[in-house]
Design a protein around this ligand. Structure first.
Ligand code: ZN
Length: 160
């Protein structure tokens, strides 16, 4: 039971330090340190270690600061490019959806009218309509993929 108290006190000291143990543990910690030379030595050693670590100055040299700033700027630029690309994709999708919703009924009527003039069977003109209807989406998809590859290639060459 007594070994558990030593372990707990040393764990408090290791985790929070003698000064920073809060609440109920603080009184029993102080009481134990008065009675137990082993834990008192442990607390002294721990506080000396903390003071020694705090006395070592740490300063980043100018090269580290400059390279860190460059990396942060590059990452911010990259995130902005990705945001711009996503906005372009969403705008394109909205534009295509709007254009398709507006023009599809007229196009359907136009293909029907044309099939009556040219005397083409219903499945043929409907397949023709489907091919004609889907081709803008395919063209825009190819354009977006090509643009994405182009932007990706440009980002890779600018960061390297
Ligand atoms: Zn002890």
């Amino acid at each position: 039971m007594k070994a558990d108290i030593h372990q707990q006190v040393q764990q408090w000291i290791a985790c929070a330090g003698v000064e920073d143990v809060a609440g109920e543990g603080s009184a029993s910690l102080q009481q134990h340190l008065l009675e137990c030379p082993s834990c008192r030595d442990y607390a002294d050693a721990a506080s000396q270690m903390v003071q020694a670590l705090r006395s070592v100055p740490f300063a980043a040299d100018s090269n580290l600061v400059r390279s860190t700033q460059q990396r942060v700027r590059a990452r911010a630029y990259q995130l902005q490019q990705e945001r711009t690309r996503l906005q372009f994709v969403w705008m394109s999708c909205a534009l295509v959806a709007f254009a398709a919703a507006v023009t599809t009924p007229f196009l359907w009527q136009g293909f029907r009218w044309l099939s009556e003039i040219v005397n083409v069977s219903t499945p043929v003109w409907q397949i023709g309509f489907a091919i004609f209807w889907i081709s803008p989406s395919l063209v825009i998809s190819v354009f977006l993929v090509a643009r994405g590859i182009h932007l990706d290639h440009r980002n890779n060459t600018s960061t390297n």
